[in-house]
Design a protein around this ligand. Sequence first.
Ligand code: LHQ
Length: 258
Amino acid sequence: MSSIVFDVKDGVALITLNRPDKFNAFNREMALLLQQLLDDCAARADIRCVYLTGNGRAFSAGQDLAELVGENPPGFEQILSEHYNPIVTRIRNLPKPVVAAINGVAAGAGANIALCCDVVVATASALFIQAFSKIGLIPDSGGTYTLPRLIGWQKASALMMLGDKVTAAAAEQMGMVYKVLEDDVFAAESLAIAQTLAAMPTRGLALTKQALNASMHNDWPQQLQKEDELQYTAAHTYDYNEGVAAFLEKRKPLFKGE
Ligand code: LHQ
């Protein structure tokens, strides 16, 4: 059984973390496979949106702690530089929207991988846990960068130190996630979001993502300059011409992601 199930349908790459007995905790094999699949998603023109979820009761419980005390454990120095940092960097640099569909508990690196995705939706019974402090570690996978920017420094600091379980409703209320969906409609409605994105002008969405990435470190004049550059690129896409033409002709646009 593969640690990740991969499928492509209607322009959406479905990536399902698949170690349900381990709450989809990451071992080295799964971390490297996810990197390879994200590279495939970047390269394939037929993929216009990525949908990342977990099989079973968890999205992911972060690092597989049993692996660290098993035979031939990865060295501590490898875990961030070879496993998690390349995953979150690939997600942020992927020129396509990534939807994280949080189907259950998301803890440690599992929580912070989720939080760097472009659209994060959670099922009503999901939980988010900055579990690191409970085992003497610091939050990683970009969490110290993303979480304070999403929910503010004070809440991020407290959640990271206390390691509280945050319900989906609380996560939505504090801006950690985009939306909570009821458990019985979660699978269908979260997938519908990915399908909607895949049919949109995805080249433009990639440029939007690039602008948001740049806004994390740019000052105001630099960011206006960035918008200027990216808007110029957007205005020279097939989809921009199609969007304007369809509007003027009062018809439904057919976007290609080009
Ligand atoms: C697991 C895990 C798990 C293995 C549940 N590993 N089996 C970076 C730097 C270097 C090294 C370390 O890592 C990192 C990045 C990180 O991600 S650090 C943070 C690692 N994650 C955690 O500390 C979370 C550990 N898990 C938990 O606290 C709980 O399992 C949560 C709160 C996620 C869920 O609690 P419950 O709903 O009560 O479920 P459970 O504890 O019974 O877990 C279900 C099964 O999953 C169980 O297996 P079993 O065979 O006993 O039924 C767990 O052993 C297994 N599991 N997390 N991380």
